[in-house]
Design a protein around this ligand. Structure first.
Ligand code: SF4
Length: 340
């Protein structure tokens, strides 16, 4: 890299094509002319070199319960200092963070942070981990990876809350750097990804599978939007794919939709739809299934899949009590796919 100060860093994962550059960070593979930017709006061709425009620039910094990501099997009951920047490589009509995902460099002031600042602030917040979240961390790759290595050196862990829209080589670059991911699978049809998100489903599914193969702790979130991705056929197909391709041990979170951004004409997700999805996932053999953004009952608690013991009792994002022996069930000793 030629520079690595806040706001300017030569990007990784690109190649020159004449006087243009081809970015290979995400599946859009943007071909970018001189002085132009890729679709995410934060990577720019400057004289044949691709630059990240958001290196060390944060839009939001906040201590969150790790359960808010949601990550229910990764350091449960702990605080994760959470950082976001601006931009996104998908264009979801229902985005709940559009004020930062659609922002561009110069739209408003951003906080300059160094990897050392990230470590210091995380320690001051009493965090066990640092989360890269709020906007899409994939497009912040150069800073999140550099800072994550500093976070590891200081004895803390790291995680991504991501749309999974990343190519294979940069995802492999996260091995040993990012410990956990919550990956959004936004639907199980290409037509939804094309029409609602401006992307493709297949690369997201491949990223989920590869992240698991790389040994990253993965949890999946599926936001159920009435009339758009909530058919029995689609939800059942998603659950079968999850059981077959990423494995029954990977926790699934079904979240309730709230009208937002360009999708204010769609109603909230009924509880009965969420419970139907919960049952479909259990029927598909998924061991750990959760329902989020609403309180419907026991569906935010963790039960041992072998003996049925309530091992983590939650109230929303808060852990009330646990019955664990290390990372295992406190009663029967079963593996719970838990990082503690
Ligand atoms: S990361 Fe940005 S510039 Fe690179 S391919 Fe994706 S949208 Fe295009």
């Amino acid at each position: 890299m030629s520079t690595s100060g806040p706001g300017s860093s030569e990007a990784k994962f690109y190649a020159r094509e004449g006087d243009k550059v081809r970015c290979s960070l995400c599946p859009h593979s943007c071909l970018i002319a001189d002085r132009k930017r890729g679709l995410c709006g934060v990577r720019e061709n400057r004289n044949g070199k691709l630059h990240s425009l958001i290196y060390g620039l944060a839009s939001s910094i906040h201590p969150d319960p790790i359960e808010k990501k949601p990550l229910f099997h990764f350091l449960p009951g702990t605080t994760s200092l959470s950082f976001g920047s601006i931009g996104c490589n998908l264009f979801c009509r229902h985005c709940q963070n559009f004020s930062i995902s659609r922002a561009r460099p110069g739209d408003f002031g951003l906080t300059k942070v160094t990897p050392e600042d990230v470590v210091r602030m995380a320690k001051e917040a009493g965090s066990k981990s640092v989360s890269w979240t709020y906007n899409e961390p994939t497009i912040w790759h150069e800073f999140t990876t550099t800072a994550s290595k500093a976070v590891h050196a200081a004895g803390m862990k790291t995680n991504y809350v991501t749309n999974g829209y990343i190519q294979e080589e940069p995802l492999r670059d996260l091995k040993g750097v990012i410990d956990a991911m919550n990956i959004d699978v936004k639907s199980f049809t290409e037509s939804f990804y094309k029409g609602v998100c401006g992307g493709k489903l297949a690369p997201v599914l491949r990223a989920c599978e590869l992240a698991v193969e790389l040994g990253i702790h993965v949890e999946l979130t599926y936001l159920i939007i009435p009339g758009h991705n909530d058919s029995d056929e689609e939800v059942n197909s998603f659950c079968r794919w999850a059981a077959d391709s990423v494995g029954a041990r990977v926790p699934l979170h079904f979240s309730a939709f709230h009208p937002d951004y360009k999708m204010t004409d769609v109603p909230r997700t009924p509880n009965k739809t969420l419970m139907k999805a919960y049952e479909a996932a259990r029927k598909a053999g998924i061991d750990f299934v959760y329902v989020g953004n609403v309180h419907v009952g026991d569906e935010d608690n963790t039960f041992c899949p072998k003996c049925g013991t309530l091992v983590i009792d939650r109230d929303g994002f808060w852990v009330k009590s646990t019955s664990l022996k290390g990372d295992r069930c406190g009663k029967c000793g079963s593996d719970l796919n838990l990082v503690v």
